[in-house]
Design a binder for this molecule. Structure first.
Ligand SMILES: [Zn+2]
Length: 427
């Protein structure tokens, strides 16, 4: 095998000719001079169609390639412009890099793979580029995958949720496929108009094939679903329904703490400062009240027993929360009966927050029963949501929400590039 063939395959230089090899002392890097083979020349960088030459552009140009052992490598070539009939004067396509990129495709793919699989600091250290640059590479790789993959094909049962990605109430609306477990769509915003964008992209024919949609019962999504997908069964997201119950329980918990602290040093949010005695115990019992009983630690079980003895009203609120959670875990008629019993119990509980909750559950009963019947759990949406929240921390330092969306799509959308030169994903 000739050395130029080795270099070609080592640096992803298909359809190219290696003309020379040099060491740039100043840059401390190896420079490979290359040119595209004749049939890969004279193509528009944006659409790939043949086009007549326009001018020589900005002359020679360099693309960062994968390292050679410990040495950084650049690929260097002419970057002439062509006169594309659709795009006007455009830098000609090169086989080794994406349009407008300063890195080779192999470098891009490796950076994207690292962004998904290793820590931010490890990726930056290994690649010797800024994290923000990793962000633009991820966005570029994502756009490239999107151009070749139709993520919205074959959707039948979907889940919709919103994820906050930045303090100051910045949100992404995300859509997951319940059947493949993949994230299929995400966009900045949590308004109805944001979600409408998804249905516009999906189109009316594919929307008509949707049978079930799980989502929280936010009114901002309700009109969109009525308008675009009136025939799909709307399922309440059990996770959000339990969240309602936890919120109602919190109303009672704050009442109990105010009573325990004698109204003294409680701020508007119900926080007690320098709490002593029962008030402190109530504060400590907060997690015990929120958590699923099967996940309680021994200490938390004791805290719960203490609540049961010292504040029967709060304990009743706790049992109501657990009761609703139980209903959501039942099946068929058993679930329907359990829900009937729970509604009757909540209505006569004399706990205003739970009387309100009973009204809310009754209003959304159809959607809640649809969830129970379809056995669709929003566990998938919830875990996707959790993973995206972790990614938002990884994406901190990226420029704008697009690289975050691209990273989430790479990590959770099922089409992450493999490491260059490998055929199979290595998870
Ligand atoms: Zn073009």
């Amino acid at each position: 095998m000739r050395i130029s063939r080795v270099l070609q395959s080592a640096f992803g230089l298909e359809h190219s000719v290696v003309e020379g090899l040099d060491f740039d002392e100043e840059a401390g890097a190896m420079v490979l001079s290359v040119r595209p083979v004749a049939r890969a020349r004279g193509r528009c960088g944006r659409c790939g169609r043949r086009a007549p030459r326009y001018d020589r552009g900005h002359g020679r140009r360099r693309w960062r390639a994968l390292d050679l052992g410990t040495i950084p490598v650049f690929v260097e070539a002419d970057a002439p412009r062509v006169a594309c009939s659709a795009h006007g004067p455009t830098v000609a396509a090169v086989p080794w890099a994406r349009h407008g990129a300063g890195h080779t495709k192999d470098f891009d793919d490796q950076a994207a793979w690292l962004a998904v699989h290793v820590s931010k600091s490890a990726a930056v250290e290994l690649l010797r580029i800024a994290w923000r640059t990793v962000g633009s590479i991820v966005a570029r790789v994502g756009a490239d995958i999107d151009a070749g993959v139709d993520r919205l094909e074959g959707l039948v049962r979907i889940g919709i949720d919103e994820v906050s990605y930045k303090r100051g109430h910045r949100y992404l609306t995300v859509v997951v496929d319940h059947d493949s477990g993949r994230l299929v769509w995400a966009a900045p915003g949590k308004e109805g108009a944001t979600l409408a964008g998804f249905f516009e992209a999906l189109g009316s024919q594919r929307t008509a094939r949707l049978t079930h949609i799980t989502c929280d019962m936010a009114p901002s999504f309700a009109w969109v679903l009525r308008h675009y997908a009136p025939d799909a069964v709307r399922c309440a997201d059990p996770f959000h329904v339990v969240r309602w119950a936890i919120d109602a329980l919190d109303v009672e918990r704050r009442r109990a703490r105010r009573a325990a602290s004698g109204q003294g040093n409680v701020d508007e949010a119900g926080r007690i400062h320098s709490a002593k005695g029962p008030a402190r115990s109530l504060r400590n019992a907060r997690y015990a009240l929120w958590k699923n009983p099967e996940h309680l630690s021994a200490t938390q079980r004791h805290q719960l027993e203490w609540v049961q003895r010292s504040d029967p009203r709060l304990y009743r609120a706790y049992l109501l929360k657990e009761g609703l959670r139980y209903c959501l875990g039942c099946q068929g008629d058993e679930a329907r009966h359990a829900l009937d019993r729970w509604l009757a119990w909540a209505k006569r509980s004399r706990l205003p927050a739970f009387i309100d909750l009973a009204d809310k559950v009754a209003t959304h009963r159809k959607e809640i029963e649809a969830t129970i019947d379809s056995r669709l759990s929003n566990a998938l949406v919830e875990s996707t949501n959790t993973k995206i929240r972790l990614l938002t921390r990884v994406a901190f330092g990226f420029h704008g929400p697009e690289p975050l969306i691209a990273l989430a799509m790479l990590a959770l959308g099922g089409h992450c590039p493999t490491l260059p030169g490998r055929n199979r994903p290595t998870h």
